[in-house]
Design a protein around this ligand. Structure first.
Ligand SMILES: [Zn+2]
Length: 161
């Protein structure tokens, strides 16, 4: 059975965008723990970094979420790509783990098909200047994961994420 992944434009079938990641800095933020900032100017729609982690299925994901709730762990690094395809960056993630959530993020996650494999990339949704915090909306899929307070600070913050 082939799984249909909704990535329509043909240009999205190449490994080109995953070739060079942007230079980013890991910084300690005031309210959101660790965060990532840009070390170079990033143009709108540029590839920033691959969302790397362990691929787990729904059951494993539920187990881990349950564990997190029990430990009252607020650090949430999972991204649900599709059913039984969750990427957990908790243990084997790259710097994408340090991107914070924002209700008005400057990056977005995109699914790409690269040589028959689904990969997740973080792309800039606007021009990002050097030193700006890199953020994306953790709610890639709605109502996924534990709810927690949002400190993103944008005027339209929903207060929770
Ligand atoms: Zn917010």
């Amino acid at each position: 059975m082939t799984q249909h992944v909704k990535v329509v434009p043909a240009v999205k079938c190449s490994n080109k965008p995953f070739r060079r990641e942007k230079r980013i800095n890991i910084v300690k933020t005031e309210k959101c723990g660790w965060g990532a900032t840009a070390l170079e100017t990033i143009e709108k729609d540029d590839f920033v970094i691959e969302f790397v982690g362990e691929v787990i299925d729904n059951a494993m994901c539920e187990d881990r979420l349950q564990d997190m709730r029990q430990r009252r762990d607020q650090n949430f690094y999972m991204c649900k790509v599709s059913k039984d395809f969750v990427i957990d960056a908790t243990f084997r993630g790259n710097a994408c783990r340090f991107f914070n959530h924002s209700c008005e993020p400057n990056c977005r996650l995109e699914k790409w098909q690269v040589k028959g494999k689904t990969r997740l990339g973080v792309f800039a949704s606007q021009t990002i200047k050097v030193g700006m915090p890199l953020t994306y909306n953790y709610r890639f899929s709605p109502s996924f994961g534990p709810e927690k307070e949002c400190f993103c600070g944008v005027p339209n913050c929903r207060g929770k994420l």
